[in-house]
Design a protein. Structure first.
Lengths: 149, 589
């Protein structure tokens, strides 16, 4: 039986994945803190603040949506990031913070309980596009209440 | 918001010899429950007679215990030497309750260190399907690819063996089967592109004895000339040549269901899960031995026969459901058979010595195939229900990839009534396959598959099945899919739980519901029965919705304020009736 390639990477995904495997060596400053942390003495620790270079850019969000599927993010977080075995990314709530830096860090370094680190196979720019996509997901109007007729 | 709710479903794992030793066959007769299905034949039938159709209405709770864990509580307790053993979902705590004292206090509990990374690699909640008692040891799997043996008396860890690799997508929620000092274990990961296997460990030490892959060359599948005699077809390297080159190495074929054993034939039977990925166009060929039943010799793992229920599975129809061994009269002849209710919607009755298909009839609505050709053993496909990325969104395939019956929810067989008692799902799906890329440690799926209710609008039913002819005898319709296992007894009572949190007892001959009790959370576990130290018959079961319903009904969750999900659109009100929560229940008369 004929062999065929397992992976058929479409041209747009291939472009997005440029930089995969040749990541910049730790050019990213650590950004461990996030706004939900309480700070002892009321003083936040000094830490670099990461800014999403693609913030609110629709084209980057669309690229991020393509990556979200191509990198199997939807396999855990569900289509549209609605939640699956991994938590919802579309409910406006965050385990590890929703700032640019916290989201970047979650993807780059991974998180406990099974979020893999993608910093080894994705360029920082591709991760920022994923962040842009996740930030573009609008939470529903009334998250806390579920009511039955 | 425009909510793109795409359902990507996975479904879709020594010392104390004298004192605690109970031979498995004798154990069940003495009112104990020493292995997952109660016996090697996987019948989930108890010879205890105190609870009957006449008095089942008097059942009432006598004890309950919160496990402290919220994930889905599949599996079942064991009862050995007046001790009840309970394994929780991750983090896989093992509790030992003293049934001889008031309030059943703990004798001990064992809290292993389990790698939390396994939580994100477990496809469908962090469930555990239970433990096995053998030679004074409680043997079970931790989620993160370890098997442990615990001294049943002291709770001390006797050995802890690494059997699987989480970084490759393998997790281990399945319940082991112990045969002749061999601990048989497999791994989940059909949604992560693993290379599936069954391993035998030495009961005394945990050391590996043999590994039998489900896919690959004969040398890895343990196919030996002169030993392997399949009823249909034959040849060498079938599990290699039925795949494209290289693709087989990530072809799935996990082993996460139940095993059974026939001592007279000395054969172990088990089902193999789905091929990976769900998009079948990435893996032309039959994809042996995925979606198949395998019969192996426990001593050396050699494959004796194999039969593939769903060749080139294109619907995620894992065959990991239990293989129930029974002796039935078919066509006037007493046959040693194996009965299997497959995810693909057909109930199969096979000659368990040879693998010949004797009966194959749908037990739920099926439309992907028109039947099974008994001459070839192959399904007769409906070409309009074939799937693949180039076919777009294929509508209304029945049953769904949750199965006509969930493999997680084992059926029961009563030799008194001659009937099989089967939890079923009445759902159909749309199947949109898409190309998938394997990246180790991430899901490898390739399909979006939203569900809808099947004919009649109810989502499930609990049925009685005559496997000699392939006929439904009675059914109890349920509003929701039935995701608990079944238990039947010599009192002609059958018990099962519902997703909205009822434990029910019914007349095994008529299907009349005799009694029900709301247990606090949906039941995805399997009831058992045993004789207590007072000589009375008890029933035990876990409450604790989860498993696939952790994924599908995100709004039954309660433990994570940073994760708020919409309800499942095909059953938007399940969260009205249940939330998460692990509870062990014991009922008596």
């Amino acid at each position: 039986m004929a062999s065929r390639p397992l992976v058929r990477v479409t041209a747009p995904i291939a472009l997005l994945l440029l930089g995969v495997g040749c990541r910049e060596r730790r050019s990213v400053p650590p950004a461990g803190g996030y706004e939900e942390h309480l700070s002892a003495g009321g003083l936040a620790p000094p830490t670099a603040e990461l800014r999403n270079p693609h913030a609110r850019d629709k084209r980057s969000a669309a690229d991020g949506a393509t990556l979200f599927t191509a990198m199997n993010c939807d396999g855990c977080h569900g289509g549209g990031g609605a939640g699956w075995v991994g938590p919802s990314l579309a409910d406006g709530r965050w385990r590890y913070g929703g700032t640019d830096g916290a989201l970047f860090q979650s993807i780059f370094d991974g998180r406990p309980h099974g979020m893999p680190a993608f910093g080894g196979i994705l360029s920082p720019d591709a991760i920022w596009k994923l962040v842009t996509y996740v930030q573009s997901l609008e939470p529903p109007a009334d998250v806390p209440t579920e009511r039955w007729p | 918001m425009t909510h793109r709710r795409v359902v990507v479903v996975f479904v879709s794992a020594l010392g104390a010899m004298g004192a605690g030793r109970v031979p498995p066959a004798a154990a069940q007769r003495s009112g104990q429950w020493t292995m997952p299905a109660g016996d090697y034949a996987a019948t989930r039938y108890s010879t205890l007679t105190q609870i009957t159709t006449a008095n089942a209405t008097r059942l009432h709770p006598v004890w309950s215990f919160s496990t402290g864990v919220l994930a889905g509580h599949e599996g079942q307790p064991l009862v050995v030497n007046n001790t009840m053993y309970v394994v929780t979902p991750y983090p896989n705590v093992l509790y030992a309750f003293d049934l001889t004292r008031e309030g059943y206090p703990l004798k001990w509990k064992y809290r292993p260190a389990v790698d939390p990374n396994a939580v994100g690699i477990a496809c469908c909640d962090v469930i555990n399907r239970g433990a096995f008692y053998a030679e004074g040891r409680i043997v079970y799997n931790l989620l993160d690819g370890h098997t442990v043996a615990i001294d049943a008396t002291t709770g001390k860890e006797l050995w802890n063996a690494r059997i699987a690799d989480v970084s490759q997508g393998e997790t281990t929620p399945m319940a082991p089967l112990v045969v002749k000092n061999r601990v048989l274990v497999g791994a989940s990961g059909g949604e992560f592109g693993i290379h599936g296997w069954l391993k035998a460990l030495d009961l005394a030490t945990g050391r590996p004895v043999w590994t039998a892959y489900t896919i690959g060359p004969d040398s890895e599948v343990l196919v030996r000339a002169g030993v392997f005699r399949p009823f249909y077809g034959g040849g060498t390297d079938l599990a290699l040549t039925s795949w494209p080159q290289e693709v087989w190495k990530n072809g799935g074929g996990p082993v996460w269901g139940w095993l059974s054993y026939d001592p007279s034939l000395d054969l172990v039977y088990y089902g193999v899960g789905n091929p990976a990925p769900y998009n079948p166009e990435q893996r032309p060929g039959d994809n042996k031995w995925t979606a198949s039943v395998l019969a192996r010799r426990p001593a050396d793992g050699a494959l004796v026969w194999a039969y593939q229920f769903t060749p080139h599975d294109s619907w995620d129809y894992d065959a990991t459901a239990e293989m129930i061994l029974a002796d039935l009269t078919i066509g006037g002849r007493l046959r040693r058979v194996l009965v299997h209710f497959d995810k693909n919607g057909f109930a199969y009755t096979l000659d368990r010595a040879t693998g010949e298909v004797l009966v194959a009839r749908p037990f739920v609505d099926v439309n992907w195939a028109k039947g099974v050709d008994l001459a070839t053993g192959r399904p007769v496909l409906d070409s309009t229900r074939l799937t693949g990325a180039s076919r777009g969104n294929v509508k209304d395939v029945c049953p769904t990839l949750e199965g006509g019956k969930s493999p997680a929810s084992p059926a029961a067989y009563s030799p008194r009534t001659g009937l099989f008692y089967v939890p079923t799902n009445n759902m159909c799906m749309d199947y949109q396959a898409v190309p998938a890329t394997r990246i180790a440690g991430t899901p490898f799926i390739g399909a979006n598959t939203p569900y809808h209710a099947g004919r009649g609008g109810h989502l499930g039913a609990f049925i009685a099945w005559d496997a000699g002819v392939g006929r439904k005898v009675w059914e109890i319709r349920e509003k929701y899919p039935v995701w608990s296992g079944a238990l039947t007894t010599a009192g002609d009572v059958v018990l099962y739980g519902t997703l909205d949190g009822w434990l029910k007892a019914a007349n095994a001959r008529t299907g009349t519901v005799l009694w029900k009790f709301k247990v606090g959370s949906g039941v995805v576990a399997n009831p058992i029965t045993y004789a207590g130290p007072d000589g009375k018959q008890y029933v035990a079961v876990y409450a604790g919705i989860g498993g696939d319903w952790f994924l599908l009904a995100g709004d039954v969750r309660s433990d994570d304020p940073a994760d708020v999900r919409p309800p499942a659109d095909f059953m938007p009100d399940i969260a009205r009736h249940t939330s998460q929560g692990g509870i062990v229940w014991i009922f008596g008369l």
